[in-house]
Design a protein around this ligand. Structure first.
Ligand SMILES: NC(=O)C1=CN([C@@H]2O[C@H](COP(=O)(O)OP(=O)(O)OC[C@H]3O[C@@H](n4cnc5c(N)ncnc54)[C@H](OP(=O)(O)O)[C@@H]3O)[C@@H](O)[C@H]2O)C=CC1
Ligand SMILES: O=C(O)[C@@H]1CCC=N1
Length: 264
């Protein structure tokens, strides 16, 4: 039995992704404090909605997808109910395996995971790192569960805050660029629906090329840049406005915020 505690944006993306890829709703429990949201989840996905204690006592694999700020209180609350052989997978930004182990039973198997919302459409990217008591088999279990919603990479836990900044937060950078491009089209007088279609398909096609060509992004960008042309003019403006530095600083700020979240 898999239980998800906290079916907000990320928890629901994992839930929907898992069910879309063949998990049986009868094998999934969900915990959500808000009555109306709990009822909506039950109606939408056909899963059983239970209390956190019940989820902890019945789950073979427990996914914790509540906010980092709510995590310690939840861990302290469910620790007595948890099955000794339960695998705990936390997707919370910044919450280390040491914190999870400290507030659950000392020898519990925990895996820290950082997914992203494209899990909803089966194209997620998740990095995982093992706690002190998680065996290779536990990592395999976490990986096979998360692979149902996209790709999975094992990383040292020391990299997890950077993972959070790159792939966990990454979809937001992408949507920010998409939004900016659409608004630029609208500013220049294009109908919004036309701008949205052009930008969405451009981004989808570019992402597919980046994934499938095996080329470095610089090579792909150079292929778009005709001598004396539009792309070179545009890139000069991006550099002049410090967009590269802005992105680097943004990603560093996300990494630092993830670190701060581990301090409570
Ligand atoms: N959003 C994302 O793209 C990603 C998020 N994450 C991580 O996922 C976690 C959730 O983030 P996100 O989905 O964005 O946040 P949300 O606020 O959308 O989701 C958190 C959910 O947890 C519920 N919740 C709060 N307290 C409890 C509790 N005691 N028991 C059960 N459920 C509870 C909340 O209910 P209510 O609203 O009623 O308070 C809410 O539905 C965070 O730890 C975040 O770091 C990781 C990767 C990507
Ligand atoms: O914004 C956040 O804190 C979460 C973690 C990664 C993406 N969203």
């Amino acid at each position: 039995m898999i239980a998800i505690i906290g079916a907000g944006k990320m928890g629901e993306a994992l839930l929907a992704g898992m069910l879309n890829t063949g998990h049986d709703p009868a094998d999934v429990l969900v915990t959500e404090p808000r009555e109306d949201h709990a009822l909506a989840l039950r109606a939408r996905y056909g899963v059983e909605v239970v209390t956190a204690d019940e989820a902890a006592s019945r789950a073979g694999t427990l996914i914790l997808a509540l906010k980092p700020q709510d995590m310690v209180a939840l861990l302290d609350g469910i620790a007595p109910a948890l099955k000794a052989d339960c695998l705990v997978v936390s997707v919370a930004a910044g919450i280390t395996t040491a914190v999870l182990e400290k507030h659950l039973a000392a020898d519990i198997a925990v895996v820290r995971a950082m997914p992203n919302t494209p899990a909803l459409v089966g194209l997620g990217m998740t990095a995982i790192a093992a706690g002190r008591h998680a065996s290779e088999a536990d990592l395999d279990r976490a990986e096979s569960l998360l692979r149902s919603v996209g790709e999975v990479l094992r990383v040292p836990e020391a990299h997890m805050d950077t993972v959070t900044a790159l792939s966990g937060t990454g979809p937001a950078y992408f949507y920010f660029i998409a939004e900016t491009m659409i608004e630029a089209g609208v500013l220049m007088g294009m109908p919004r629906t036309t701008a949205e279609k052009l930008v969405t398909q451009t981004i989808t096609g570019s992402a597919a090329m980046l994934r499938d060509s095996g080329e470095h992004p610089v090579v792909l960008r150079e292929a778009v840049s005709s001598p004396g042309g539009t792309t070179a003019a545009a890139v000069r403006e991006l550099e002049r406005h410090g967009v590269r530095t802005a992105f680097t600083d943004a990603i560093e700020a996300a990494r630092n915020r993830s670190r701060e979240l581990s301090e409570g």
